[in-house]
Design a protein around this ligand. Structure first.
Ligand code: C2E
Ligand code: CA
Ligand code: CA
Ligand code: CA
Length: 279
């Protein structure tokens, strides 16, 4: 499979022809996997930039495929988006993440907000707000402990609706973060109108800022601008202590990346010390 542009996937075989069989097979497997809930969630800590204390976690879906081993969400999420299966898969992810966070709260006394990735298709679908309400009621998770991560693509078909939906979610107490910030096309102007709480700086910036001065300048600019708008900033993909130090100097609020922890299953998350050792 080759990624073509941001959200378009085409399937090729060795001769460069579309591999329709591969597509159909995986789509079929995905259907079965959704029916039998073959997925797992892993959780990656998001830490306070200065102290290294865990402040929240991001839920990341995993598919242990019976024949192919772990498949990356980078492969099956775009496929599920293309086929519409993301609706059912996304609902499962949201419910499971809320259940796990409610479990941490009830059984471990750990007040840990959970961030869930929401595809644009899922977000823009009628009834999404109701779905969030139902899942919160069903799992007993306080709305304040749920954060939804959306990308700017939610604005593509009707910015007005997206803005009013975000406002409704905020009224419930649910927080909304803008994911992969800086990778899209119209990053700055619409920020003005979006009632979000947080921006997440894409990993590509964090990777390049150490050797690319322009990139570092963009990162600094985004942090400063976000703070002036009352938003908090998370940096993704922090792998080295130098990156942490640099981001602390630049007043980035929260950090996430392999330097602190990889995404781990719930039982491992429970064993993590509150303050991660590397912080
Ligand atoms: P994302 O939302 O940008 O998530 C961050 C990705 O970066 C995750 O990849 C995470 O494992 C990886 N990562 C975290 N720290 C580091 C680091 O220090 N270095 C490097 N190299 N990578 C790091 P993952 O889990 O493979 O997910 C890929 C993408 O798939 C996510 O990107 C997100 O867009 C999508 N995704 C994952 N789970 C879900 C889901 O439940 N629903 C939806 N709609 N999308 C999901
Ligand atoms: Ca994310
Ligand atoms: Ca990203
Ligand atoms: Ca993303």
């Amino acid at each position: 499979a080759k990624q073509k542009g941001r959200n378009t996937w085409e399937w090729y075989n060795g001769e460069g022809q579309r591999d329709v069989t591969e597509f159909v097979l995986l789509r079929h497997d995905l259907h079965a996997a959704i029916q039998s809930e073959q997925f797992e969630l892993h959780y990656q800590p998001i830490v306070d930039a200065v102290s290294g204390t865990v402040r929240s976690v991001e839920a990341l879906v995993r598919w242990p495929h019976p024949k192919r081993g772990q498949l990356s969400p980078g492969i099956f999420i775009p496929l599920a988006e293309q086929t519409g299966q993301i609706i059912d898969l996304g609902r499962w992810v949201l419910r499971q993440a809320c259940q796990d966070a409610a479990d941490l709260l009830e059984n471990d006394g750990w007040v840990l907000p959970v961030a869930v990735n929401i595809s644009s298709l899922q977000f823009r679908r009628e009834g999404f707000l109701q779905e969030v309400c139902d899942i919160l009621a069903e799992t007993g998770l306080p709305a304040e402990l749920l954060e939804l991560e959306v990308t700017e693509s939610v604005l593509m078909q009707g910015a007005k609706q997206a803005i009013s939906l975000i406002a409704s979610l905020r009224k419930l107490g649910v927080r909304v973060a803008l994911d992969d910030f800086g990778t899209g096309f119209s990053s700055l102007s619409y920020l003005r109108d979006l009632p979000i709480n947080k921006v997440k700086l894409d990993r590509s910036f964090i990777r390049d800022m150490v050797f690319d001065r322009n990139c570092a300048a963009i990162v600094q600019g985004i942090i400063t601008m976000a703070h002036h708008m009352g938003l908090v900033v998370v940096a993704e993909g922090v792998e080295e202590i130098e990156q942490q130090q640099d981001l602390v100097r630049r007043h980035c609020d929260y950090l996430q990346g392999f330097h602190f922890s990889r995404p781990v299953p719930l039982h491992e998350l429970k064993r993590l010390p509150d303050r991660l050792p590397y912080g």
